[in-house]
Design a protein around this ligand. Structure first.
Ligand code: 8YV
Length: 309
């Protein structure tokens, strides 16, 4: 059987049901009892960015062989325990890169050009009362990127088309790239106008955006987060925005989704999205096919398509 802890895509559910005995954990009243009752048959988990496989769930499933995640980020999977127990882990890289990078640029334009605010201005009839205020130019601004992996590179490619100088921080300098490297996030933040978080969430990158980084980005700087909520010290971000120490923010992710700090709701220099970076019809169905492809490869004893562990 394949265990799905939470709903993530009706297409994925349908396709899984055609091939496997799919157990939908969210539909049962007593989850702990249900897992106990089915522990002898569950060989796979399909997780995502919100629900993966922690040590407790893995311990409850002695027959678990594979965790196939409907996400590129696998911070909700206990990789160490999986490695130790020989449990395979797969994710959905590449197929969502374009969408997430598109969204990072969209958020940047939305914050700088005040797209959401000016849409509200038109809808509320305020246009009749006078001209809309001026906004901030994006073309030519320096874009700093944290994490120059697949998504970070795709953001850089798009920002280059807006004539933006690119700078980045990552664990190691990438000498084959012509972008300016900063060995610290604070230095990167001090030297860019728009700072994009595009790295995986790990122990090292948790709260990589802290008070010092936010202050270095400054009252004209804009933070864009298409990574994970815990990359940012959220109370620090909120107080910086409320106090005007940071210019603006475009956020797709939050520390305790779906909770979003209500102080942000009143701020016009902030654009808030409900974790939709990969959320297009096209990409979500390709991600679902990849999740299934990995499960099928595993059970047919073929090489996994996108293995992490
Ligand atoms: C999804 C994501 O939002 O790929 C990731 O890491 O965060 C997303 O693509 C999510 O897993 C879809 O349910």
């Amino acid at each position: 059987a394949v265990l799905m802890p939470i709903p993530m895509s009706s297409y994925l559910e349908q396709e899984l049901e055609k091939r496997f005995n799919l157990l939908k954990l969210w539909t049962v009243p007593n989850k702990t009892q249900f897992i106990k009752d089915h522990s002898a048959s569950i060989r796979a988990i399909v997780g995502n960015a919100s629900a993966g496989a922690d040590a407790e769930l893995i311990a409850a499933l002695p027959k678990l062989e594979i965790v196939s995640s409907f996400s590129v980020g696998i911070d909700k999977v206990d990789l160490k325990t999986c490695k130790e127990k020989g449990i395979r882990v797969t994710n959905t890289p590449d197929v969502l890169t374009d969408d997430v990078a598109d969204l990072a640029i969209g958020l940047t334009l939305a914050v700088l050009r005040r797209l959401c605010e000016s849409d509200r201005y038109v809808r509320s009839g305020q246009w009749k009362e006078g001209d809309y205020k001026l906004t901030t130019k994006f073309t030519g601004k320096t874009v700093g990127i944290i994490g120059l992996g697949r998504i970070g590179k795709a953001v850089a490619k798009r920002a280059e088309a807006f004539s933006c100088p690119i700078a980045y921080f990552s664990r190691t300098e990438k000498p084959d790239l012509k972008f300016k490297y900063y060995p610290s996030v604070v230095e990167l933040a001090a030297n860019c106008d728009v700072l994009v978080v595009a790295c995986p969430l790990t122990e090292e990158t948790r709260h990589i955006i802290n008070r010092e980084v936010i202050n270095a980005l400054g009252p004209k700087g804009v933070l864009i987060n298409v990574g994970r909520g815990p990359h940012v010290d959220e109370p620090e971000l909120v107080s910086a925005l409320v106090e005007g120490r940071l210019g603006g923010a475009g956020l797709d992710v939050y520390e305790k989704e779906p909770e979003v700090p209500e102080e942000l709701f009143a701020l016009e220099n902030v654009v808030l999205l409900p974790h939709v970076g990969s959320g297009t019809v096209e990409t979500r169905s390709t991600m679902a096919d990849l999740v299934i492809g990995n499960l099928e490869a595993h059970f047919l004893k073929k090489p996994l398509l996108t293995p992490v562990v």
